[in-house]
Ligand binder design. Structure first.
Ligand code: FES
Length: 647
């Protein structure tokens, strides 16, 4: 028999196979993940591949369409009922006839359901913890008194290679009915945990079941965001978000901890509130995708430590003060039932590990998404909220800390501050000579000095200023000479501009003159100085721990980072000096990390191992933190230079 070289892309795995071997068999032998529900019977359509044509010098392969068999009877039968996208073949039916380069697409969508793309476009290699396996089971035989479910296990062992297999208890009363309904053909959902050699049958359907979903959910203190993801194609089928209902118990994290401390029923009330809201979101996403709760077999959650504990029903009081002891820091694996979540009765849940008492599973998810531990460059990740979570590292070492920035960056503690919402000023420019401002408001795609601005902002007018606007106005005030390096508003400029007005013993800058007037006060400048100093001092501390004088790239995670202009962040000294093109906003990276853990159990292992070796720095215990904090009060910094900004 002739051997042929087969190269699988994008993994780059390759091997030699006998002519006539199916591409699916070759993939399995090389450990290349190709989805399959029907076990190679050419009925599920999940095993699609593409043949890449051309010469591949690096691997000395010349691949062409003739390197693979023509459409055989099984594939033809499939094509009678369904179509394949141009260039696609079923790998379980196509055989190797010559040297071959095979692309394994990550998007084999076989059901004509609407696919949403609210999540980022990242293609995540799939190796989910829950897989669907179609099997044809031997009918009962008086001479072989093996139980029905035991014969399902035997078929799964034979066709799918599971060595140790158990079935969930809830299936025992149903298995016989399902088998007979499927006329001895069933699809089993099998859950495989990396740390457990025994796989478990968690759901069973009669006949071929060709779609299954998982949920990736980021429980933030302000908002909860959820994606419904196909476990078979990796596509996001629906997304939804809502406010965290715990806000009514306390605006920020610490006030929610206080609520628990003051109210004996507080923990229970907040746990119920967040679970109920998550349940509503599940209904929303399954309705949008046109599926049912029972189709959801796995769910991954990420959250900051206090949200994590409240979701799990754990009293977060210990997280309210030093030493910020977590009840559990490792990954949490539970049945959805344990959390009273109504999904498939056998559905599993996975919570990513927490890094430390105030650097949570959400920061772990961001780390998984951005991957400082997978590269040589020194990457800084900043997630700004009431606390800034900071991760700095590369392949050899990763350190993390939380810094008490307070809520100023979110618009709180600022006289005209508000959350980012229509009506809030988000961009500001100040004329260097006249000190006259121009600004833009969320919801109006126009600057304030352009014709039609008033019509564009509508009857509500300007309602306040959000985080990105505050950063820009203060940076522009500094660049215009309105505030000094120490952050003092220069009252002498009142003689030059009506925008500078006395305000008790200090001065303010009038950003919006019309009613309601919006001024930037000396206290506002101070609040931002304090917040940015805390962020910078935390970063500087981590850089010292790393022995790094500079960082190679900066990623802003979360909503705040999506709106701020990196130039202004650097003018104020929020972040250390860095090439501006290497500073980027990565949006809901925590949600992306959750999807990665949902779709590939290798990523679960990866983040568990990474979190174990992340060094946690407690800023409050580091004497140098205060020193860095004091220097960072100046704009951009008393001692640290910003050469790339100057360039
Ligand atoms: Fe199901 Fe190929 S494995 S169609």
């Amino acid at each position: 028999m002739t051997d042929h070289l087969v190269l699988f892309m994008p993994s780059g795995k390759r091997g030699r196979f006998e002519k006539g071997t199916t591409v699916l068999d070759a993939a399995r032998k090389l450990g290349v993940y190709v989805e399959s529900v029907c076990g190679g019977r050419a009925t599920c359509g999940r095993c699609q591949i593409e043949v890449q044509e051309g010469h591949f010098a690096k691997h000395k392969i010349s691949s062409s369409k003739e390197s693979i068999s023509g459409v055989g009877p099984n594939e033809a039968r499939y094509l009678e009922k369904r179509s394949l996208p141009a260039g696609r073949r079923l790998s379980c039916a196509a055989t190797i006839e010559g040297d071959l380069v095979v692309d394994v697409p990550q998007d084999a969508v076989v059901n004509a359901q609407v696919v949403r793309k609210d999540a980022d476009d990242r293609q995540i290699a799939r190796r989910p913890a829950v897989g669907l396996c179609y099997v044809e089971v031997e009918e009962p035989d008086m001479h072989k008194p093996l139980g029905d479910l035991d014969r399902v296990k035997a078929a799964l062992q034979k066709d799918w290679g599971y060595e140790r297999l158990e079935a969930d208890y809830h299936l025992l009363p149903q298995a016989q009915k399902i088998l007979r309904e499927g006329q001895w053909a069933v699809t089993a959902a099998v859950h495989q945990d990396e740390d457990d050699e025994t796989a478990r049958i968690i759901a069973l359907w009669p006949g071929l079941k060709n779609e299954a979903y998982g949920i990736a959910c980021d429980i933030g203190s302000t908002t909860i965001a959820m994606h419904l993801v196909s476990l078979l194609s990796g596509r996001v089928a629906a997304s939804a978000g809502t406010s965290n209902p715990q806000i009514r118990f306390g605006e920020d994290l610490m006030s929610r901890v206080s609520y628990v401390m003051m109210n004996p029923e507080g923990r229970d009330a907040m746990t119920k509130a967040v679970r109920l809201e998550i349940s509503k979101l599940v209904q929303q996403v399954v309705d949008e995708a046109g599926c049912a709760r029972e189709d959801v077999l796995d769910a991954v959650f990420v959250a900051n430590p206090i949200m994590h504990h409240l979701f799990l029903g754990i009293d977060p009081t210990e997280l309210g003060g030093a030493p910020f002891a977590l009840a559990v820091s490792g990954a949490v694996k539970l049945r959805a039932d344990d959390l009273r979540l109504k999904l498939n009765p056998g559905a599993r849940t996975y919570l990513l590990p927490c890094i430390a008492g105030h650097v949570g599973a959400d920061a772990a998810a961001v780390t998984l998404s951005e991957g400082p531990h997978r590269q040589d460059e020194m990457m800084l990740i900043v997630d700004v909220g009431t606390n800034a979570e900071i991760v700095l590292g590369n392949r050899s070492r990763v350190v993390a800390a939380s810094s008490p920035t307070g809520p100023a960056f979110e618009g709180a503690e600022i006289s005209g501050g508000q959350r980012a919402a229509p009506g809030a000023i988000e961009r500001v420019r100040i004329d260097r000579d006249t000190l006259e401002p121009r600004y833009r408001v969320i919801g109006a795609d126009i600057w304030s000095d352009e014709p039609g601005f008033l019509e564009a902002i509508g009857p509500t007018g300007v309602t306040g200023i959000c985080g990105s606007g505050i950063i820009e106005v203060i940076a522009e005030m500094y660049l215009s000479g309105i505030i000094s390096e120490d952050g003092v508003i220069d009252g002498a400029l009142a003689a030059k501009s009506r925008r500078i007005v006395g305000d008790g013993r200090t001065f303010s800058y009038v950003l919006v003159e019309s009613e309601p007037r919006l001024t930037i006060t000396q206290n506002d400048v101070r609040a931002i100085q304090l917040a940015k100093s805390a962020l910078y001092a935390g970063t500087k501390l981590l850089m010292e721990k790393q022995g790094a004088e500079t960082v190679d790239s900066i990623r802003f995670a979360g909503a705040f980072g999506s709106f701020i202009d990196p130039t202004y962040a650097m003018v104020l000294g929020l972040i250390p000096d860095c090439e501006l093109e290497k500073v980027s906003a990565v949006g809901n990276a925590a949600g992306t990390g959750a999807r990665m853990a949902l779709l590939n159990r290798d990523h679960r292992r990866e983040i568990e191992e990474t979190v174990r070796r992340i060094e946690k720095i407690e800023t409050a215990l580091e004497p140098k933190f205060q020193e860095h904090f004091v220097y960072a009060m100046a704009l951009p910094n008393k001692v640290d230079p910003f050469p790339k900004l100057a360039a």
